[in-house]
Design a protein around this ligand. Structure first.
Ligand code: USQ
Length: 397
């Protein structure tokens, strides 16, 4: 039986990934430092869904399926020795790396949050790769990156999967070469994912490590086939201004009678993927390892959607009010977006796209737990520039 490490296995994508791979028969070692649960304490806002302690989650899964999950509490950004020993002991065939601070607004809250995000994310990636090399174990590293790597400027072309063919002129002769797509991060968080890409390039070139970088869009939805099996397995649902992401926030806001919080005019277009597809993509990457020739990059997204259209769609279904807030971020007011996602489609991904049934499922879950919502935590208080004026309660012009 193949052994898989899921580092960051307690998080929003990590937990459903642990269950999905365990259900598929893999031997799972779940590693987590509980960092996301500590951020809940710091922000004084918990997941809307009542998530269980790790021990209870794992016990329930074993009770239901007979499958064991091993849990190790390791902060991989800080405790290199423990990480190395665990790789030497379990010799994982694949390591899924989700152990990064994943929220753009959280990374922009203060200089502490900026430094924490960089220290944590960059060190976690470097430590995992150093430990793979030092252990001599031939683990395939699968990393959750972001479509935000590419930025959102309107170049008008379909964004390729990580590499860009360019023409250069060498002594009057035109030559075509391939370069890494130019990174264009929009927050400190996104910047760390771009920094990771350089780290992957080097370790793949120098140490021939097999690496897959999944450039993932905004994940929506909350439950997967496995997390639905019992209340104790429920996935987390973030709705607050730091960790909540746009589509899930709109769906939840419509159920707690909060206006839908569109930033700016809502002209932004972003890449999306449903949580069920997200875990399926990770499994496809695990079961189809890449060559060592270069870092394999997949765009892990199934569709691009415009923020204002999303708000209008949800407003129409639920009758929720839409409000246009001053944008706390520095981003283009509007953009178009189109991604190539051939890699995962070729491996067999069946895309789930926006549909009323799945949106209703999220609304039902959020309605069920709406009494756990702390209303004051919905508005985003992080801002990209200190002097940026934000009228948190009011409308933007
Ligand atoms: N937005 C609103 N209203 C809100 C929240 C967000 O209009 O209440 C807008 C933002 O201004 C932005 C867009 O929606 O233009 C997306 O924001 P988001 O918070 O949903 O997503 P983002 O900060 O980009 O980050 C999320 C995940 C991150 C992942 C990324 C994929 O937190 O881990 O990497 O989505 S991507 O967007 O492709 O970079």
């Amino acid at each position: 039986m193949k052994t898989i490490f899921v580092i960051g296995g307690d998080g929003f994508i990590g937990w459903p990934t642990v269950l999905n791979l365990s259900a598929a028969g893999f031997n799972i070692v779940m590693i987590d430092s509980l960092a996301r649960r500590f951020a809940d304490i710091e922000l004084e806002c918990e997941s809307l869904t009542p998530i269980c302690y790790i021990g209870k989650r794992i016990d329930k899964w074993q009770q239901l399926t007979g499958q064991k999950i091993k849990y190790l509490n390791i902060n991989v950004a800080e405790n290199y020795d423990k990480l190395l020993k665990s790789i030497q002991q379990y010799k994982p065939d694949a390591i899924i790396h989700l152990a990064e601070q994943r929220a753009a607004p959280y990374s922009m809250k203060s200089s502490w949050h900026k430094r924490y995000t960089v220290n944590n994310n960059v060190n976690a990636t470097n430590n995992i790769l150093c430990a793979i090399v030092e252990s001599g174990v031939d683990s395939h590293l699968i990393h959750l990156g972001t479509t935000g790597y590419y930025g959102y400027s309107d170049v008008g072309m379909k964004i390729p999967e990580g590499y860009l063919p360019v023409k250069v002129n060498v002594d009057g002769v035109e030559k075509e070469i391939e370069i890494m797509y130019p990174p264009n991060p929009g927050s400190i968080y996104h910047m760390t994912k771009c920094q990771d890409a350089i780290t992957f390039l080097y370790f793949n070139k120098n140490d021939k490590i097999k690496i897959t970088d999944l450039h993932q869009g905004i994940v929506w939805g909350t439950q997967t086939k496995e997390t639905k099996l019992a209340e104790e397995l429920i996935n987390r649902f973030d709705y607050d201004g730091d960790y909540g992401t746009v589509l899930n926030r709109f769906l939840m806001q419509s159920q707690v009678n909060h206006p839908l919080t569109v930033y700016g005019s809502g002209g932004q277009t972003r890449a999306f993927i449903h949580i069920q597809n997200s875990v399926e993509c990770i499994r496809l990457a695990v079961t189809n390892p890449p060559s060592r020739d270069r870092v394999r990059i997949f765009n892990q997204t199934t569709e691009c959607l415009n923020i204002d259209s999303l708000a209008k769609k949800i407003g129409k279904i639920t009758g929720a009010e839409i409000r246009y807030y001053r944008n706390p971020r520095n981003e283009d007011l509007k953009n178009k977006l189109n991604f190539s996602n051939e890699g995962l489609l070729n491996l067999g991904l069946k895309p789930i796209t926006l549909n009323n049934g799945l949106m209703e499922e999220v609304m039902t879950v959020t309605k069920k737990y709406k009494d756990r919502c702390i209303f004051d935590k919905i508005i985003c208080t992080s801002k990209w520039n200190k002097d940026k004026e934000i009228d948190y309660k009011g409308l933007c012009k």
